[in-house]
Design a binder for this molecule. Structure first.
Ligand SMILES: Nc1ncnc2c1ncn2[C@@H]1O[C@H](COP(=O)(O)OP(=O)(O)OP(=O)(O)O)[C@@H](O)[C@H]1O
Ligand SMILES: [Mg+2]
Length: 396
């Protein structure tokens, strides 16, 4: 008998999360869950809203709407959107790394890892100067901090460089040091924003190994563009496009979902069409051909806007005001596309002769079994039609 997962099985529950910047919907009604002890990947094209989700989880932004619930191992539960920023790492035990490396480059590796533990050390000193010299609790905490730093330097394969300035490390090693520093805060949830960005294949492999090791003790939420990392180590993948969730499931399910292929993986349009023709979705193909508008769609810049914002950016007393032109919302286009897919009859209901309308035979028949594609596409439809989790209350 399959047991229904309870909320305590999930380290993180995001429900109906929205984040708006003026008229720009960076995240729209996003719900997903991350299971304890797993690596949950958050993927999507540039500007999809991934970092904004992290910023909401870690308190950098206060979401416009929605609930973010963290369930700790000891049974305590925190609503992160209500917690003051500094309490999110300290009380809820959520740690993060940033898309751009943020180390103390002039400090040694060991010092970087000790600074991360300053809360614990200050507490042990009784928050007094004299405490630094006399309190046995401080000496004990200090020895523990050095031991923890050594432990994570070893795990990150950086122990030989413990006394070097962090700025002298190669790029991949700096990424691992950032992760080691986050781990020194003792997190239950570790949020990593593109840890493999700019790494060579060898460094990527070392990163995969480190993350698989961390997973044994800490749940991971991972933003990553490098599919070799995502597909190899993730247990669960959530895909965003223009702030909306377009797919959610195992790496295998997500990689064959036509909407993900179309939105993110950047395969030939022809191949996307082949998948859709096989499942009888010619109407969807027409929609994919017409929109979203590539002039304002995903690009190679982290500052891509989710919709074509008009030229008007005013600086008023109350702050910056950005005007979004009417009908500009890409999120609305994603919603419309998902609704259209959901309202279509299932492929089985279509006449058998339909398959004869398929264009050329797939170029790479061995790469993806058509049956698997059709199955995944129908799963995608179910997902689009599935209602989101309801709201709950009564937590800390
Ligand atoms: N502080 C902000 N003010 C205004 N718009 C913002 C702000 N932060 C993010 N955005 C916008 O929200 C959208 C989502 O940005 P976000 O950085 O979350 O995307 P991303 O998926 O992390 O992209 P990338 O893969 O390039 O890092 C973008 O259109 C971005 O310009
Ligand atoms: Mg980002």
């Amino acid at each position: 008998m399959n047991a229904t997962p309870s909320s305590s099985d999930f380290i993180l529950q995001v429900e109906h999360l929205s984040m708006k910047f003026g008229g720009l919907v960076a995240i729209g009604d996003l719900s997903f869950q991350a299971r304890r002890g797993e690596i949950t990947a958050l993927i999507g094209p540039n500007g999809a809203g991934k970092t904004t989700v992290f910023n909401c989880i870690t308190g950098f932004y206060k979401p416009t709407e929605g609930m973010i619930t963290l369930n700790k191992r000891d049974g305590s539960t925190y609503l992160l959107e209500r917690l003051p920023n500094h309490e999110i790492p300290a009380r809820a035990n959520v740690a993060r790394t940033f898309q751009n490396i943020r180390l103390f480059s002039g400090m040694t590796l060991l010092e970087n890892l000790l600074v991360a533990q300053h809360n614990k050390l200050m507490k042990a000193s009784g928050y007094t100067f004299l405490g630094l010299f006399g309190f046995p609790s401080y000496r004990q905490a200090s020895a523990e901090s050095i031991e923890l730093a050594r432990h994570w330097l070893e795990k990150a394969d950086l122990v030989d460089r413990a006394d070097d300035p962090a700025g002298d490390l190669p790029y991949g090693a700096q990424r691992r040091l950032e992760i080691a520093r986050a781990m020194c805060t003792g997190p239950e949830l570790l949020c990593l924003d593109e840890p493999a960005a700019g790494l060579n294949p060898k460094e990527s492999a070392a990163l995969n190994e480190l993350l698989m090791d961390i997973k044994n003790s800490t749940s991971i939420l991972l933003i990553e563009h490098d599919m070799s990392v995502v597909m190899q180590i993730s247990d669960h993948v959530v895909v965003l496009e223009y702030g909306r969730k377009i797919s959610d499931g195992s790496p295998q399910t997500v990689r064959t979902d036509p909407r993900v292929i179309a939105a993110y993986l950047g395969v030939d349009d022809e191949e996307v069409e082949e998948v859709l023709v096989e499942v009888g979705d010619e109407d969807v193909i027409e929609q994919l051909d017409t929109g979203p508008d590539s002039a304002h769609g995903p690009g190679n810049s982290a500052s891509m806007m989710a919709g074509p914002v008009s030229d008007t950016v005013e600086h008023a007393d109350e702050g910056e005001r950005v005007t979004v032109s009417k009908g500009a919302s890409k999120a609305a286009q994603v919603d419309a596309r998902a609704a259209s897919i959901a309202s279509k009859p299932q492929p089985a209901a279509k006449p058998a002769a339909k398959s004869s309308t398929a264009k050329a035979a797939p170029k790479k028949p061995a790469a993806k079994a058509p049956a698997a594609k059709a199955e995944s596409a129908s799963k995608g439809k179910e997902a689009a039609a599935r209602p989101e989790a309801g709201k709950r209350g009564g937590r800390k």
